[in-house]
Write a protein that binds this ligand. Structure first.
Ligand code: SF4
Length: 236
């Protein structure tokens, strides 16, 4: 008898199917941002559903101006950084201060692996006055990460040697990570680059190349210098 699929497997499969349709039907210049929008929207819906099924004790404590996790290292897929670059160009004028921040962040973290970057607790360059400048387009990693206790995040921020000891709403975290996996599966099955990128380096490249979407779709290795280990730990 075949085993029923877990909710997480169903999320991965549903996202993979939706992304495959987009990859098949949408024009090359639009496909990356459409893939990202689709995955972000699906993730938001699944997170709302998961939280509605979680008891009060498992509701995240995350709130506006609560930015400890924006000082961790973040990864994102190519479609996500392309969408972010599109939104950044519209929302942030002039762009020069952000470009300088991205460049400074890259210099400070060159040669470090994901864990070492996390240890530095550098603020994400998209963080300003305690807010994400492009919150609506923030990546899947940012949507999935959460904390049931604000104090733990604050303690982690001032004492990076503790690691990250946040207690998570696991449904929220897993929804984002399994949808990210479905997106990556679809991209890979079309022979495109599905490797997770360092968010800062990926965004910097996407901002430098207005035609990044078509480069990626044609198989160019444009984002090679931004490739990083995945942030979602598989065991959570
Ligand atoms: S993209 Fe936005 S939500 Fe994500 S780490 Fe950066 S500032 Fe925080």
């Amino acid at each position: 008898m075949t085993q029923p699929h877990s909710v997480n497997e169903l999320l991965t499969r549903a996202q993979q199917e939706a992304a495959s349709e987009i990859l098949q039907d949408v024009e090359p210049a639009e496909v990356a941002s459409e893939l990202a929008e689709n995955a972000l929207e699906f993730t938001d819906r699944m997170i709302v559903r998961g939280l509605s099924q979680s008891p009060r004790s498992e509701q995240p404590a995350c709130a506006i101006h609560c930015t400890s996790c924006c000082h961790l290292h973040t990864t994102a897929s190519v479609p996500e950084v392309i969408l972010l670059a599109e939104r950044v160009r519209v929302a942030i004028v002039p762009l020069e201060p952000l470009r300088e921040n991205l460049s400074r962040h890259i210099t400070q973290t060159t040669g470090l692996n994901a864990n070492e970057r996390r240890q530095m607790r550098l603020p994400c360059p998209l963080l300003k006055d305690g807010m994400c400048l492009v919150y609506e387009a923030r990546p899947l990693v940012c949507r999935g990460w959460n904390s049931l206790e604000k104090q733990r995040c604050e303690a982690d921020l001032v004492s990076p040697e503790r690691g990250t000891q946040a207690l998570l709403n696991v449904k929220q975290y897993r929804a984002a990570s399994h949808i990210a996996q479905g997106l990556a599966n679809a991209i890979q099955s079309f022979g495109l680059d599905a490797r997770p990128l360092d968010l800062v380096r990926g965004l910097s490249i996407a901002l430098e190349h207005a035609d990044a979407a078509t480069h990626w779709h044609s198989g160019d290795n444009l984002f090679a210098s931004a490739v990083q280990e995945l942030v979602f730990p598989p065991s959570v």
